[in-house]
Design a protein around this ligand. Structure first.
Ligand SMILES: C[S@@+](CC[C@H](N)C(=O)[O-])C[C@H]1O[C@@H](n2cnc3c(N)ncnc32)[C@H](O)[C@@H]1O
Length: 247
């Protein structure tokens, strides 16, 4: 459970076009409800402070980095999938290797990279950074991607690979401890990404596929026909489906 209510959006006092004191003055008497309202606000604030104390360190850290992540354009179901990526990366052991296929401007990449901060974990961000001919027509966003990684101080954790994922898979050699597939959403391409990188996924590690949902029949069908049958401990975070490569 994540607590994302922004304190700054909470009203600070009884507001009206008359102003804070205007209501009392307008009715010409002291508002008897005012002390009760003020006390209730104080109690709610204390409760919120207590909740923040008891939530996990991951959630507390995520609350801190959320404005930075949320400043990057992307396609995740917020804030749940951002948190999922951050938390999964954070739970990996030192030295772990993450492969992300489909980074766009770096929203998901930054979630993963924030989860690697202060460690020797590393992300390989595979993307043409130029879309594709079939389902992603945005072009030329590598510079914006890299600027986003830079301004958040995450360059040490990310190596971009500006190529088609199927070409990268052909020569890939390293073990993978988290595989996140969010590149081309064509059925055959999702399967190519899976078959290309799955042999390198270390048993016990997670494979996640984004957009496993009816509005994206490619990933949905690839997941249902093939991918989920190769994994155990299946789960989902909204439209992100995941499972573990069996030992
Ligand atoms: C849905 S976006 C990724 C969104 C990103 N994960 C985020 O959180 O914002 C899909 C990305 O896959 C890339 N892509 C599409 N087809 C590709 C392919 N064949 N090889 C590599 N990248 C590809 C696109 O350039 C695009 O950046």
């Amino acid at each position: 459970m994540v607590f994302f209510e922004n304190n700054s959006t909470l009203p600070e006092g009884p507001q009206s076009f008359l102003g804070e004191r205007g209501i009392d003055e307008a009715v010409g008497m002291k508002n008897p409800a005012r002390p009760i309202i003020q006390r209730s606000r104080l109690v709610l604030k204390r409760i919120e402070e207590t909740i923040i104390q008891v939530i996990s360190p991951d959630e507390r850290e995520f609350r801190r980095i959320w404005p930075a992540i949320d400043s990057i354009e992307g396609m995740l179901v917020s804030p749940f999938q951002e948190y999922w990526l951050f938390e999964r990366a954070r739970s990996l052991p030192n030295g772990a290797i993450i492969v992300e296929i489909g980074s766009f401007k770096g929203r998901s990449t930054c979630c993963l990279a924030y989860g690697c901060r202060g460690t020797s974990k590393h992300i390989f961000a595979v993307d043409t950074f130029d879309g594709n001919e079939v389902d992603f027509h945005r072009k030329g966003f590598f510079d914006e991607f890299w600027r986003n990684i830079e301004v958040h101080g995450l360059t040490g954790y990310v190596t971009p690979i500006q190529k088609r994922s199927s070409d990268v898979a052909k020569t890939w050699k390293q073990p993978i401890h988290l595989l996140f597939i969010d590149g081309s959403h064509q059925y055959e391409d999702v399967l190519d990404d899976f078959y290309g990188f799955f042999p390198h996924v270390v048993p016990g590690s997670i494979v996640a596929v984004h957009d496993v949902v009816q509005t994206w029949p490619g990933p949905l069908r690839a997941w249902n026909d093939v991918i989920r049958h190769k994994l155990s401990n299946i789960g989902a975070c909204s439209t992100l489906a995941y499972g573990v490569k069996p030992e």
